[in-house]
Design a protein around this ligand. Structure first.
Ligand code: PNS
Length: 177
């Protein structure tokens, strides 16, 4: 029987609960889902590629048909390389539609056999984006419920290196408190 492999490409800087919601939905309709993080040398990401891989691997560990990978170059070339038949993308609001439509149609022009499948995340994530999470966290706001706890902790460590130093020195004391 033919198995459908899909890729879920993105920057994931950082991965959010909206991404996780979409991964869960995608894992139910595809035989295999590959979360593909773009290695983009042009942007200066907050989290390194390996940090994003680790976060996504930990977030998706319970989904047996999901794996995490990285890619550069064209999405369509990466999809062909791993024999994926579909690209999964999330659409949160009408404002996403224009950009996503452009990308889907360009990908179709480049590779007519590759289908783009759009899914809607749960309503509570409809305003959520990695960019807003970075901004809120950088300005000291709470991102609780918007990203997994482990990502929240990593954001805290990233934005205040003193926290990382402290938790490395006093792991037991912090756990008890
Ligand atoms: O999470 P993002 O930043 O919205 O993801 C955008 C992504 C990675 C899907 C897009 O930039 C992409 O596919 N980049 C790879 C290069 C490529 O294929 N460009 C042409 C797409 S039309």
């Amino acid at each position: 029987m033919k198995k459908t492999v899909a890729i879920y490409p993105g920057s994931f800087d950082p991965p959010t609960n909206g991404h996780l919601d979409l991964i869960e939905r995608g894992s139910k309709i595809f035989d295999q889902l590959v979360v593909a993080i773009l290695r983009n040398a042009e942007k200066a990401p907050l989290f390194s590629l390996s940090e994003r891989v680790l976060m996504l691997e930990s977030m998706t560990a319970s989904f047996k048909n999901v794996r995490v990978d990285t890619f550069d170059g064209l999405t369509v070339d990466y999809a062909a390389k791993i024999k994926a038949g579909a690209v999964l993308r999330g659409i949160r609001a009408i404002s996403d539609y224009e950009y996503e439509l452009q990308m889907a149609l360009m990908n179709r022009k480049l590779q007519p056999d590759l289908e783009t499948v759009f899914m809607m995340p749960a309503e509570q994530y409809s305003y959520l984006s990695s960019r807003l999470v970075r901004e809120v966290a950088q300005l000291g706001g709470s991102v609780k419920d918007l990203v997994p706890e482990m990502v929240e902790q990593r954001l805290r460590e990233k934005l205040d290196p003193a926290i990382k130093l402290q938790s490395a020195r006093e792991p037991k004391a912090r756990k008890r408190g």
